[in-house]
Design a protein around this ligand. Structure first.
Ligand code: HPA
Ligand code: ZN
Length: 325
């Protein structure tokens, strides 16, 4: 059904989205049944009730556990279709979709199964859903960098249609060991983004810029604690993909009203807003917009500016970006 204010929603790009984080409880149970996998929850309501997170790790534990239901290429295709259908309804016209190849390899699902399932849907996403798409392979920061390197090599060797690489999972330790992974990705012509400054300090943001050559930063909210870094990010127009509902749910910020987004905009940062793991964090980008409007009284001009930033922060070529502005 039409959502309130849907007509006024500007077209936008989703730049911070983990495909596995779009697994809604209903689909999780349907796939569990189909694959003969047992979920440790009685029903959809019990699973939803577990979405009460104290921090990033408590979310990641459930996020990785629920992936057990994703076994076949068809499962990944169904997940991708469900996301694109919902994203189109939210006003998304372009989506840069991250997935976690290592999380599936580690539980015995071959890379080709994952990539083939997802890309079978992405190849016709524009025709089928009105959403252009790019695929980003995200590496797990809390796993060895050597593992990431071999997965990248496998992706490159098989000609997997990925546009870029990312870095996600627990924001622990230094990102420096991933320097060679990102360097190889750059040499192969891939775009580079990395999570930083979500739970970790501003120095983590500096590190992904300087050591990984990240062109974009996922989250970056804690950059606000370092004025010199804020000045640098503003000067260099580094896109930050901010996920306000995620930050509240993972208690990176105490409440939406206290979220630094308005101060980030005020500081001249290149920010756009996204959903991260919409099945887990209370909504897709239209829900994010509604929450921001309700909390900050965001007007049409501010919404339009954030929507424009979602395209200018994308990995689309300049001429494709212009078509959306
Ligand atoms: N943060 C870090 N890693 C992730 C997230 C997140 O919000 N979602 C999926 N992987
Ligand atoms: Zn994320």
């Amino acid at each position: 059904e039409p959502r309130p204010g849907a007509g006024a929603r500007p077209p936008r790009a989703e730049l911070h989205l983990h495909l596995e984080g779009t697994l809604e409880p209903e689909l999780a149970f349907a796939l569990a049944e189909r694959n003969g996998v047992a979920l440790p929850f009685a029903d959809v309501a019990a699973l939803r009730a577990a979405y009460d997170f104290g921090d990033l790790q408590s979310f990641l534990d459930l996020y990785y556990a629920n992936m057990a239901v994703l076994r076949t290429a068809d499962d990944f295709a169904e997940l991708t279709r469900a996301y694109l259908r919902r994203a189109a309804a939210a006003g998304v016209r372009h989506a840069e979709i991250m997935f976690d190849p290592q999380a599936h390899l580690l539980r015995g699902v071959p890379l080709a199964t994952v990539v083939d399932g997802i890309t079978s849907v992405l190849v016709t996403s524009e025709r089928d859903f009105g959403v252009s798409t790019l695929l980003i392979a995200a590496f797990l920061r809390d796993r060895p960098a050597g593992e990431a390197l071999s997965v990248l090599d496998a992706l490159l060797a098989t000609g997997a249609p990925i546009a870029g690489v990312g870095l996600d999972s627990a924001e622990v330790g230094s990102a420096a060991p991933f320097g060679p992974v990102f360097a190889r990705a750059a040499a192969a012509g891939l775009r580079r983004t990395a999570h930083a400054g979500e739970e970790g300090p501003p120095a983590n943001v500096v590190e992904v810029l300087d050591v990984l050559g990240a062109e974009r930063v996922d989250h970056g909210v804690r950059a606000m604690e370092d004025p010199a870094l804020v000045a640098r990010l503003a000067r260099d127009r580094v896109p930050l993909t901010v996920c306000p509902l995620s930050n509240v749910r993972l208690q990176a910020v105490p409440s939406l009203a206290e979220h630094p987004l308005p101060r980030m905009v005020e500081a001249g940062l290149h920010v756009s807003v996204h959903s991260d793991d919409p099945a887990y964090f209370g909504g897709y980008v239209d829900d994010v917009d509604d929450a921001l409007t309700a909390t900050f009284g965001m007007g049409a001009r501010e919404r339009a500016a954030l929507a424009a930033a979602s395209f200018t922060g994308s990995f689309l070529p300049a001429d494709r970006v212009r078509e959306h502005l």
